[in-house]
Design a protein around this ligand. Structure first.
Ligand code: GLU
Length: 437
């Protein structure tokens, strides 16, 4: 008799009880609610609102016939274009051989954790998938405490404290800047100070710079400038090139870490084989840059900065304690100031808060707990991406580069995001007060 339990037992699963990733979960739920006829503002999944630039789409079209498996580390011309991109944009000296291409940086992060036997160190809050990847693989996780008043950033002191408790342990720290979920970034001197600690304890750094090109001022600096020998720089097409669904990520290794790249190549070759060929050919154009891509980036940053500013100002008027952000398309909002009114409505944690918000205002958000914050904290992530990026880019490009976008640009071209934030503010203003309780 076959053992039925082998077919039914969840204990045999390797995902250790984890559900589908929070980002994908909220996206699928939002679409389901929309299919049911509900009005939903999609501020859950962090997907670029902008189109893939035409020059890159044309390259994909021209390369649709590319059908061969490509080398596991990636198409040589693309690897060269990525190395050159880092030289051009950040003055980092990489060779084509230092670059690895993968089907999304998320997959590369997973195989990095798979092949590197080190404890994962991440700040709280951090992007939703770093910790679950470590859980699935069975790695230890150490959360680094941060302070909202310091924009949730890792400090050299906290990192030093964590490392000094067990100085020889192999560790991988992931630093993501501008950050998902909060939109703040590090100054050069902050990166330098962190680099001193990572060097002292020989920690492997994964610099997740997927939002680097949507730094509002276009001034991304990598920690690889200050700790080149121990830093892998991660990026991809998803956030700055509007191509999340294309699934193309890049890792760039220093000469000292080639052994790690080779180990990842082994894991990649036995799992996904190689990254989609047409996408890799098209990505060459994206990384080569040129006037159209430069214009696209300039206008994308302009729209995102303006919208972030509009939303932050509105939230501050409502009494939220939130500072202007510096890049990307996220805000990390704390409802602590409204706790009494929320408690009176039975809302005491971030999951409950997001549930009430989606059901009463139609605004889909992610709870702070998905980013490693304590469950009882009333934080949420807002992904301000529910707008027609093509239209917004066209409109912005008609306004002279040295003039600011008009004050009502957000209302006009990013109406869903502005309305969603208005609805949150209205909802908060209707919470029970001392007098009504
Ligand atoms: N990075 C995006 C987010 O945080 C979603 C992409 C993903 O989870 O794969 O919403």
């Amino acid at each position: 008799m076959p053992d039925k339990s082998a077919l039914t037992s969840h204990l045999n699963l390797n995902v250790r009880g984890l559900p589908i990733s929070a980002t994908l979960g909220i996206n699928e739920r939002s679409h389901q609610l929309i299919r049911e006829g509900k009005r939903i503002y999609k501020l859950g999944l962090g997907q670029s609102p902008f189109p893939v630039p035409d020059v890159v789409v044309n390259e994909l079209r021209a390369n649709a016939h590319q059908k061969d498996y490509l080398p596991v580390l990636g198409l040589p011309e693309l690897r060269a274009a990525v190395a050159d991109y880092y030289r051009r944009t950040q003055g980092l000296t990489f060779a084509a051989e230092d670059v690895m291409i993968g089907p999304g940086s998320k997959e590369l992060m997973f195989i990095l954790q798979l092949v590197y036997y080190g404890e994962l160190v991440i700040p709280t809050p951090s992007w939703v998938s770093y910790a679950p990847q470590a859980h699935i693989i069975g790695r230890q996780i150490k959360w680094l405490e941060t302070d909202a008043r310091n924009h949730w950033k890792v400090t050299p002191e906290n990192l030093e404290k964590l490392c000094a408790s067990d100085p020889d342990r192999p560790r991988l720290i992931i630093l993501n800047y501008p950050s998902n979920p909060h939109g703040y970034t590090y100054t050069d001197s902050e990166l330098k100070a962190i680099a001193t600690v990572t060097r002292k304890f020989r920690i492997l750094v994964l610099a997740d710079e997927i939002y680097g090109e949507v730094h509002f001022k276009g001034e991304q600096t990598s920690i690889a400038q200050f700790y080149p020998e121990g830093t892998i720089v991660s990026s991809g097409l998803s956030k700055w090139c509007g191509a999340g669904g294309w699934r193309l990520g890049t890792f760039t290794f220093p000469a000292q870490l080639q052994w790690l790249k080779n180990a990842m190549a082994t894991a990649a070759s036995e799992t996904y084989t190689s990254t989609s060929a047409p996408i890799q050919y098209a990505a060459i154009k994206a990384f080569q840059g040129g006037p159209e891509i430069e214009q696209y980036l300039v206008q994308s940053r302009r729209v995102l900065e303006h919208l972030a500013h509009t939303l932050v100002s509105r939230l501050r008027r409502q009494g939220f304690d939130i500072a202007p952000t510096q890049g990307g398309f996220y805000l990390f909002l704390d409802f602590e100031g409204f706790r009494p009114g929320l408690s009176a409505r039975g809302i005491t944690d971030s999951v409950g808060l997001c549930e009430q918000l989606i059901s009463e205002t139609g605004v889909a958000l992610l709870p702070g707990v998905a980013f490693g914050r304590p469950a009882s904290e009333l934080t949420v992530r807002i992904a301000f991406v529910d707008f027609d990026g093509t239209r917004a880019l066209e409109a912005a490009s008609l306004i002279p580069a040295d003039a600011p976008l008009p004050a009502d640009f957000g209302e006009t071209y990013c109406a869903n995001c502005v309305t969603a934030i208005e609805s949150i503010c209205q909802w908060v203003s209707e919470l029970p007060t001392e007098a009504t309780r």
